[in-house]
Design a protein around this ligand. Structure first.
Ligand code: ADP
Ligand code: ZN
Ligand code: ZN
Length: 763
């Protein structure tokens, strides 16, 4: 890249980001300047020099060619936290598209003129004897307000300012006059907002240098052999200075969280800090309290529920060495620690680690880069690792650890897979199979609890046969077709369309339609079947408010209901020792989501759902109801066999050229005018198709799929088109994105174009 001009920001506070200054790139620096570079530039009058960051390059001068200044030099090697944050932003811009400004806004803490929390004190600065005689004088002269203040302060030496004016009713002018005569002093003390209240028993208020590296109340639990092995290996590599990334594949309850805490303790002992990423909804009070037990006041949280002031203060505390550990979703990754040593990614398979707004970065990938920049390690953990991560562990780029033992006691539940086609044949049209009815009746009679899980994830109106289980699929993409109005079936990847068949193409049955059911209907039917049953329901409708989620879970935990009915929300979170039965209704729904991740999602959900039964002393059972009992995701979930699932899933991905076997870039075009948006989509797709570089090594897999209208073609009168580019090499997709970005610069269309690398959801 050898552009002539560079846009540079010299002040990276949030408000100033949108106003970069343009500089000329002198010839001697041309090959070395790129977006994200740290440079030295003349700024303002005299010989003032400032450090700045390049946010964009261009060939055009936007100012007076005579007045524009030259970049002076490239700044010395990046050492500040700020430099590392900029480097991370540059990585995001390069790999996910969007502008450098958008990337910087993602990475830098919001700084909306936040006021520091201030507390003022009134302090006695004369000796006690002197103060007592002054008090006598005030009393004699009837300066009652001053006397009140003196009386109080003589014993306590200092008093919050608010108490002086509030409770004691001393006027500001009376305080001022005492201050002027050198009796007292008002002092200000700034403090940070602390969103986490340390639980009792842990040390409080230990911020500052003294406390750095301190670890509290080291956990008493004796580690299992598997846990201890991970810690030992980690410490060995840590002390050898080897930087490794790890994947812990451990079933729920195998003690992963305990391992995270111990690993962080090791890192903190060495004067380094840690970031703990958790999925969006999983931040429970319980998790935070567990970390507080070990790290006291030196752990904090970061999430979207915090006020701007709280967020800002957590970043300041991190920068100043006031905390060692931060816990939060995606955005916690950008906490500016000075010596970051470890990033934990819990439940690393979760979709919420992928940002759904530009820049659409994946927190796992950005964490790996952040760790590289900081010479830190990443530890990922999951009971059902993402196929991508497991693939990399198999290839040796992550070190794999396994934890196969449940430390909470309790066996894995016995699982029955019920073929709903058989139920239909034997005349049972209920949503509950005979087996599930029998086991529920049994639990109700014993006073044990059950959970009914309605799998609605990825539900996109797909069509299947009730007699043979056949799902109608796209002949080109091997994903299920979705039903649209007028009885048409469409593919969300390539736009293939066909009419809905009247009879099943495989067995000729006329029972062929989409599956539809809601938690409300399930609840009604359950009450019809078991009059008097006490139920709780958890879905999008019942969890509108922030607390309702926790409230429903704790009500169930307290035994206020016999059955908890819910969507995927119920498969995470609390342990319910009294739950001995889990019923999975419509296990198939997530198999028909119309994208290549359906199998993986289904396996995850079923594994998690089944794993909820039998967490306590009582043994558990689970019933999986499905129309596709032979589907590998169902079969392996019923056996709780991750490896078996992984092998079949990888085979499918390899055959069809989906990640991780290849990479995919979704190019999304949004516009008010349908024809124009469609034309732009065609033009952009054509640009890619014409370039041999992008479609060279795809080995029989269509390199460009589409364009096609998005699955929801129009939202708020904005038309949406999408096409996909597949390639085994991620860097070629990045270069395709760059090529399209420069095409867009030339065309300057009214439409908005967004890029989504290895998309998690179809548009
Ligand atoms: P995971 O994160 O894998 O689900 P946790 O770390 O939450 O597992 O552990 C599950 C439960 O087992 C917790 O209540 C935890 O206190 C307990 N636990 C963890 N490690 C041990 C151990 N070595 N011995 C006994 N109990 C343990
Ligand atoms: Zn059929
Ligand atoms: Zn298709």
């Amino acid at each position: 890249m050898s552009a002539d001009y560079a846009d540079i920001i010299v002040d990276i506070s949030h408000e100033k980001l949108d106003r970069p200054f343009q500089y000329r790139i002198p010839d001697r620096l041309k090959d070395r300047i790129d977006v994200g570079c740290c440079v030295v530039v003349p700024f303002g009058g005299a010989n003032r020099r400032l450090k700045g960051y390049v946010v964009a390059l261009s060939d055009k001068c936007n100012f007076d060619e005579d007045k524009i200044k030259d970049i002076e030099d490239i700044a010395a090697k990046a050492v500040d936290i700020e430099d590392r944050m900029i480097a991370l932003a540059a990585f995001i811009k390069k790999n996910y598209g969007g502008t450098m400004i958008q990337a910087l806004k993602t990475v830098l803490p919001a700084k909306k003129s936040v006021k520091r929390l201030e507390s003022r004190y009134v302090k006695l600065i004369i000796g006690r004897e002197e103060a007592i005689s002054l008090l006598g004088e005030c009393e004699r002269k009837h300066r009652t307000a001053q006397a009140r203040l003196l009386r109080e302060i003589i014993d306590r030496e200092e008093l919050p300012y608010e108490q002086a004016v509030g409770r004691l009713g001393v006027s500001a002018s009376a305080i001022k006059s005492l201050e002027n005569s050198g009796v007292i002093k008002t002092v200000s003390d700034f403090s940070y907002r602390k969103p986490v209240k340390a639980p009792q028993g842990s040390s409080e208020n230990v911020e500052g240098d003294k406390a750095r590296g301190a670890v509290f109340g080291v956990s008493e639990i004796k580690l299992s052999a598997g846990q201890q092995y991970i810690i030992d290996e980690f410490v060995k590599e840590l002390d050898a200075g080897t930087r490794t990334n790890y994947l812990i594949h451990g079933i729920t309850g195998s003690g992963k969280t305990e391992v995270y805490i111990r690993l962080i303790e090791e890192v903190v002992k060495r004067g380094e800090q840690a970031i703990v990423l958790i999925p969006e909804i999983a931040l429970t009070r319980q998790t935070v309290q567990r970390f507080c037990k070990s790290f006291g006041d030196r752990v904090s949280i970061m999430n979207s529920m915090l006020s701007a002031g709280e967020k800002y203060d957590q970043c300041e505390r991190a920068k100043n060495g006031g905390i060692d550990v931060i816990i939060g979703p995606r955005s916690a990754l950008f906490t500016p620690f000075r010596r970051l040593g470890l990033i934990i990614i819990d439940e690393e398979h979760e979709n919420s680690y992928k940002s759904e707004s530009t820049p659409r970065y994946h927190a796992r990938e950005v964490a790996l880069e952040a760790a590289r920049l900081n010479n830190a390690s990443v530890v990922m953990g999951s009971a059902t690792p993402s196929v991508e991560s497991y693939y990399r562990a198999q290839k040796g780029s992550f070190r794999l650890f396994k934890l196969n033992e449940r430390l909470t006691g309790g066996e894995l539940p016995k699982v029955y897979t019920v073929d709903m086609r058989e139920e239909l044949r034997s005349g049972n049209r209920s949503v509950f199979s005979a087996k599930l009815q029998e086991l529920m009746a049994d639990r109700l009679s014993k006073g044990q609890q059950s959970m009914l899980f309605l799998n609605r994830r990825g539900y996109a109106g797909f069509i299947s046969c009730r007699s043979c289980g056949e799902v109608i699929k796209c002949p080109h993409c091997d994903v299920s077709l979705s039903e649209h109005r007028g009885g048409r079936l469409k593919c969300h990847y390539c736009g293939y369309e066909t009419v809905k068949p009247l009879l099943c193409p495989k067995c000729g049955s006329k029972y062929i339609f989409g599956l539809r059911a809601g938690t409300q209907q399930i609840e009604d039917k359950l009450k019809g079947l078991f009059p008097g049953v006490r139920t709780l329901r958890m879905d999008g409708d019942t969890t509108r408010t922030r607390d309702s989620y926790e409230r429903i879970l704790s009500a169930f935990s307290e035994g206020e209901a016999d059955v908890l009915i819910g969507t995927q929300m119920i498969v995470k979170g609390h342990d319910f020792p009294n739950v001995t039965l889990v019923g999975v209704l419509a296990a198939d729904l997530s198999l028909g989501g119309g994208d290549y991740r359906c199998g993986e999602r289904t396996f995850e959900l079923l594994t998690q759902a089944v794993g909820r039964a039998g967490r306590g002393k009582l043994p558990g059972e689970a019933v999986i109801q499905t129309y596709q009992p032979e589907h590998y995701a169902v079969v392996h979930a019923a056996r709780q066999d991750y490896e078996g699932f992984y092998e079949e899933e990888l085979l499918y991905r390899e055959l069809s050229g989906y990640p991780p076997a290849a990479h995919m870039l979704a190019v999304q075009i949004y516009g008010k005018n349908e024809d124009n948006a469609k034309q732009l989509a065609n033009r952009l797709a054509y640009v890619v198709k014409c370039d041999k570089k992008y479609i060279g090594d795809c080995e029989g897999v269509a390199a460009v799929i589409g364009p096609a209208p998005a699955s929801i073609e129009k939202v708020n009168d904005v038309y949406r088109f999408v096409f996909y580019i597949k390639n085994a090499r991620y860097d070629l997709l990045v270069s395709a994105k760059d090529r399209l970005e420069s095409e867009l610069k030339a065309v300057n269309p009214a439409e908005v174009v967004q890029f989504d690398f290895d998309p998690m959801n179809i548009l």
